[in-house]
Ligand binder design. Sequence first.
Ligand SMILES: Nc1ncnc2c1ncn2[C@@H]1O[C@H](COP(=O)(O)OP(=O)(O)OP(=O)(O)O)[C@@H](O)[C@H]1O
Ligand SMILES: [Mg+2]
Length: 382
Amino acid sequence: MKGLPGYYLLFAATLLALMALGSWWTIFISKAIFQEQQNSRLQLTQAAQVAALKLGQQESAPAQGPIKGTPQLEVIHILQANTGPMAFPLEPRYPDLAVRPTAQSMAHLDQVLAKRRRMIWGEGTLLFLLIGVCSLMLARLVFQERRHLQRMESFVSAFTHEMKTPLAGMKSLLQTMAAGRIPPQERQTLLLMGLREAERLEHSIENVLLSGSLRTNRLQVQVVDLDLRPILESFVEHRRRVLVGNSQLLHLTWDRDCLDAHVAADPSALHMILENLVDNALKYGEMKPVRLHVSQKAHMVLLAVTDEGIGFHQHQASVLFKPFHRSTSGAGTSQHGTGLGLTIARTLARRMGGELEAWSAGPGSGATFTLKLPTPNMEITT
Ligand SMILES: Nc1ncnc2c1ncn2[C@@H]1O[C@H](COP(=O)(O)OP(=O)(O)OP(=O)(O)O)[C@@H](O)[C@H]1O
Ligand SMILES: [Mg+2]
């Protein structure tokens, strides 16, 4: 319970008090009803006693059967008095007769008692059930809040790190350049390295801003007819340029019938998805080749980004798309990132009527992320 906010403790104490009150209330009411029933029985018995006294002094003997005006009582022959409710002889004149409450009236009293008891125990059980549900909800809230706090803490530390590292890189680069110690033939390489750091910074900031806009629905995607080939070629070319010394890592291939594929997509959303998928493939790809392959299936264009890197267990595939999820073991932990990229990419893909799926043959076997986008003539349903 250490570290729980005061209001949770207050809420838990209130629930306990409610339980105690509920138990007390159920037992108390149940006892009260039993007492009331005993009183009713006693009253009926006393009424039989009074009636026996009165009838015992009458001039004429009363007829056997229910008493007129008091149907809960009946006159019986004294021999019948051995069975059923207690009977009172009609002393002094008719000792062979007796008055007693009818069996039906006694049974009626028992039925009323049983019905009320059922009601009280039913209500008591319902109260306990409701308290149980409230307790479960409270436990869930506490658990969720803790998890959220943990995620926020790790996000803040990852994001700070994300900001700091490229900034430090750019600063030392600028300092070296300002000191004029760089030979002219190395200047271009260093500038590209600086550009890569700036892009990394931009990528992180864009991810954070975008995830906020997507969560609050401020961002609307505008789906238009896009010619995929020039977009992918210019994207790959740009990425190759900033992959200083490793430009051969990135390959773009097409199925023959897809060379002039068109998709219904939002250009900036598509760019953002590509950025995230390729960034991941390079980051978690252990500097091995990354392939972008375009194919077509039914009315969907499939863009698969495949790497030969750290991979993952297939049963974890859906978890990767959860916000702030980052690998907690293996080589993935050493990579920079905030855990937002795939969440954003899948959300954008779905908003354009497409899908984003992850597949891997297992840890160390590389991974494939497949973006499916509808072709322009297909009606978008989401
Ligand atoms: N190509 C991949 N191979 C193996 N694991 C991957 C791959 N892409 C993503 N992952 C796993 O999924 C997690 C979530 O990826 P995501 O892109 O959402 O976040 P990130 O790359 O850690 O940070 P960000 O993209 O926000 O900078 C990663 O931390 C990594 O563990
Ligand atoms: Mg990423």
